[in-house]
Design a protein around this ligand. Structure first.
Ligand code: DX5
Ligand code: ZN
Length: 224
């Protein structure tokens, strides 16, 4: 797994968000993503409390784990993430990301995630300033800047995220995985890459057409 993360650090990667997949055919969508060249998968866990929506939980992560060896990037949109780290790790999460808005000090959770054998990530919402994560930026492996308020796919990207990515890039460690999630598509992905992001979570923009074609088109935009 750690090798895979080293690999992810080496380039700009599209990170498909399964929230936009066909849940009735999740296994075949994942196979199509693998064939298209995906090197990681993003899974959104929502509790209906931290965010005003409910997505899927542990059994779905387990099911995804059974059909792929790709690293699973699990985004916890939960009010009490500490209570669920172990179950999601056991279910197959390789990266576990928690929201700064949900915890006062993320460091004990990072320690717990590392002890479980996964890599910790920290997420911040559009209204949350970079200062809120600054003192923890070097204690985690991934920082995820939300381009939309979390809870739903298909929302419009907040352009302030670009400056935020630049700031995070400037304070983060050299090998930080800098991820962006929400509203990533043809019109926004290249600007996020120029701002320093290296992982691009995409749901709606990727699944809205033929998966292989859309994966290729969005990946091409990362090469320019
Ligand atoms: C939003 C989720 C995202 C979502 C992105 O709360 O964290 O991962 O799937 O969806 P799009 O790409 O449609 O904005
Ligand atoms: Zn997400």
């Amino acid at each position: 797994m750690i090798d895979v993360v080293e690999f992810l650090r080496g380039g700009l990667r599209l990170n498909p968000s399964l929230l936009a997949a066909d849940f009735a055919n999740l296994g075949s969508d994942i196979k199509l993503l693998e064939l298209a060249g995906a090197s990681i998968l993003h899974l959104d866990i929502m509790d209906g409390h931290f965010v005003p929506n409910i997505s899927f939980g542990v059994p779905v992560v387990e099911a995804v784990r059974r059909v792929t060896e790709l690293p699973l990037d699990v985004h916890l949109m939960l009010s009490n993430p500490a209570d669920y780290l172990q179950v999601f790790r056991r279910a197959g999460a390789d990266l576990l990301s928690i929201h700064i808005e949900a915890v006062s000090d993320p460091r004990p959770l990072f320690d717990q995630i590392r002890k479980l054998g996964a890599l910790p990530g920290l997420v911040l919402n559009p209204p949350t300033p970079v200062e809120a994560i600054e003192s923890f930026a070097n204690d985690c492996d991934l920082i995820l800047a939300m381009g939309v308020m979390p809870g739903f796919g298909g929302q419009k990207f907040d352009p302030n995220t670009i400056d935020k990515l630049k700031r995070i890039k400037s304070i983060g460690k050299k090998d930080l995985l800098l991820s962006v999630d929400g509203g990533i598509g043809d019109g926004t992905i290249a600007d996020c890459a120029a701002a320093g992001a290296n992982l691009f979570v995409a749901g709606t923009a990727l699944f809205k057409g033929d998966l292989k074609t859309r994966f290729k088109q969005l990946s091409e935009l990362l090469k320019q």
